[in-house]
Design a binder for this molecule. Structure first.
Ligand SMILES: Nc1nc2c(c(=O)[nH]1)N[C@H]1C(S)=C(S)[C@@H](COP(=O)(O)O)O[C@H]1N2
Ligand SMILES: [Mo]
Length: 219
C-alpha cells in the first residue's frame, strides 16, 4: 500500500486479474502459433505483418507502469517489457501509407474487443506494445502474444492480444459504447464522454465484484 500517494482520483489498489467488459469474460484467447496483425483503415495499401517481424530490431523498453481500470481498481508498478508503440506505428505507416487526415488508431484484439486511441496519445513515449510481463512472455490472461500498455489512459484503451490496427479519420467508440471516452485520460478522470468522472466512480464501484466474479468463473 506504499504507493497509495500516487493513486489517481477515485482509484483503489488491487492485484492484476484478467478483466474487461462482461461480454468478453467467456472469450478466453488461445494465441495462434504464428500471430499476425492486419493493418487497414484509411490507408493506401492494407497489409498483414507477422508480430515477430513487427517487433524485430526495434529498441526494447522495460517499464514499471500501472493499469487503472475505469471501474476504480488499479494495479500498480507492473513490470512490462516490449517496444514503443510509436516505433511500431512508424514501421506500419511506412508500409501502408495512411491517408492525410487520419488521427485515430483502432486497436483490435483476438477476442473481438477493440478501442480507439488518438494517434498522438498512442505514440507518446510511455505507450508500449508489450510482449513480456514480469520478465516472462505475456500470459494469455494478460494479452498474449502482444498487448498495448497505455498508462496515461484507462485500462480499456490497453488492448490485449493485438491482431488489428486501423488508421481512421474519426473516433469510433467500440464495445465500450457511450460508456467510453475518446481519450480516457486517467489524470483528467475521463471515465466516460458523458457526465463527470466522480459520478462514474459511484456507478462502477458496486459493479466491480459482479464483473470480477464473471471473469473468475471463466478462469
Ligand atoms: N482484447 C482485450 N483487451 C482488453 C480487454 C478485453 O476484454 N479484451 N479489457 C480491457 C480492460 S477494460 C482492462 S481494465 C484491461 C485489463 O487488463 P488485464 O485483463 O490484463 O487485467 O484490459 C483491457 N484490454
Ligand atoms: Mo477496464
Amino acid at each position: 500500500m506504499t504507493d497509495s500517494h500516487r493513486l489517481p482520483p477515485g482509484q483503489w489498489i488491487a492485484p492484476l486479474e484478467r478483466f474487461g467488459l462482461p461480454t468478453f469474460a467467456p472469450r478466453k484467447v488461445v494465441p495462434p502459433a504464428r500471430p499476425v496483425v492486419t493493418v487497414s483503415g484509411d490507408v493506401r495499401h492494407a497489409a498483414q505483418f507477422e508480430i515477430a517481424d513487427l517487433l524485430a530490431g526495434l529498441p526494447r523498453h522495460d517499464q514499471l507502469s500501472d493499469i487503472n481500470c475505469v471501474t476504480t481498481w488499479s494495479a500498480l508498478d507492473l513490470p512490462w517489457s516490449g517496444v514503443r508503440l510509436r516505433d511500431v506505428v512508424d514501421r506500419l505507416a511506412a508500409q501502408v501509407e495512411p491517408n492525410p487526415g487520419t488521427r485515430w488508431l483502432r486497436l483490435t484484439g483476438l477476442d473481438g474487443y477493440w478501442a480507439c486511441l488518438r494517434i498522438d496519445d498512442a505514440t507518446a513515449d510511455e505507450v508500449l506494445l508489450a510482449d513480456q510481463l514480469d520478465g516472462k512472455p505475456l500470459p494469455p490472461a494478460h494479452g498474449a502474444p502482444v498487448r498495448v500498455v497505455a498508462p496515461a489512459h484507462y485500462g480499456y484503451k490497453s488492448v490485449k492480444h493485438l491482431v488489428g490496427v486501423d488508421f481512421l479519420r474519426r473516433y469510433a467508440s467500440g464495445p465500450a459504447g457511450w460508456k467510453g471516452h475518446p481519450r480516457a485520460r486517467v489524470a483528467e478522470e475521463e471515465r466516460s464522454r458523458l457526465l463527470p468522472g466522480p459520478f462514474w466512480r459511484r456507478v462502477w464501484r458496486p459493479t466491480l465484484p459482479i464483473l470480477r466474479r464473471a471473469y473468475r468463473k471463466n478462469d
